[in-house]
Design a protein around this ligand. Sequence first.
Ligand SMILES: Cc1cc2nc3c(=O)[nH]c(=O)nc-3n(C[C@H](O)[C@H](O)[C@H](O)COP(=O)(O)O)c2cc1C
Length: 398
Amino acid sequence: MDTQDKLFAPLRLPCGVVLKNRIAKSAMSDSLGDGSGHPTQTQINLYQRWAQGGLGLSIIGEVQGSPDFAEKPGNLVLNGKADLTLFRELAIKGGENGSHLWLQLGHGGALAYAPTSAPQGPSALDLPGLTCSEMPLDVVRNVPANFARTAQLAQDAGFGGVQIHAAHGFLLSQFLSPLFNKRRDEYGGPIENRMRLLIETIDAVRAAVGPEFPIAVKLNSSDQLEGGFAEDDAHKVVAALDTTSVDLIDISGGTYFPGAKSASDAAGGGPYFLEFAKRARAATTVPLMLTGGFKTFAQAQAALAEGIVDIVGLARALALEPSLPDLWRANKALTPVFPRFSEAPEGGITAWYTMRLTTIGTDTLAPDFGDLDPAITAYEARDKARTDIWLKHFGRPD
Ligand SMILES: Cc1cc2nc3c(=O)[nH]c(=O)nc-3n(C[C@H](O)[C@H](O)[C@H](O)COP(=O)(O)O)c2cc1C
């Protein structure tokens, strides 16, 4: 098999589900929910467009089980109160062309969007730009059941799988991090305790969806923060995940902690986290996905050819060109052109890419990339408008 074939070879997951190729659209919070936690037609168009472009797997970012700890007011909220009609349409259209559409199950925790939340993390924090209270133990103990309920609804609505979000500084990743997690109960202290909530969540989700439904975990290789979740601990988590029923470990890194580095805002060369993935490969037989910094066909091909990972995860490259898998298969667009933004403010690049997703969903992709500032302005204005809708719909959290 030559390496081109490898990228387009099917992958059988431990649960028995087969993905048609090795190219995944990594989770992106698209900010295209309607403000009441339901999908919009623009969002459905976006995922249909990606499915038509030849992806094996596509993951919707930050789908919340509760409106109380959302990452953004454009998140989807999937719980017993949700109307499943548009979720079902999203599942069907985003799953066209043999593509798999999964939901990433999120909980913002300490980083929940403050205008719609009273953020709670593993421990109380009062830092510039980040204030949260400590999550009470009975609430912590309910987290796995809440993730499980949303996973079951995802399955009922026709989605192909779920990804448990334990990366980038959101709730489950905060529990892993000694910087966020100073608890003295069974969820804090040594890494075996800090990973307890993640493992319990996987077990609860598996019990809810049965043995044949894919479950992935997105895990940081490191938070890239001094005193945070570091590589040695991350390898212990990989070893523990090896003994669970997960079907895929998606390796990432960085956080949205104020002032910290996030992978989606990074401008430099990639792919990131390759060395970590190599070591993880030796420690687990669970299929590995690597996300972050893949820009070219040659990079994707090399990561697979060297046997380091089983799936290549792309986020920004697929925001630039939603048909990249089909183009690569036809030997085209092997080195996509990325925009370069000098002096982007924190979060600015991520905001630009989020607005790019809207232009795909509305079929208004312009021939040039457009500037950063108008994109940031439009992004912020939309979040503000959606916050008003969210608060009217869900009410203000206590
Ligand atoms: C607009 C945007 C939104 C993102 N939202 C999420 C998200 O909801 N969940 C997640 O795990 N990662 C999210 N990410 C991070 C990406 O999945 C990925 O880890 C990161 O962008 C690095 O990959 P890339 O270099 O291929 O873009 C987002 C990235 C972008 C650009």
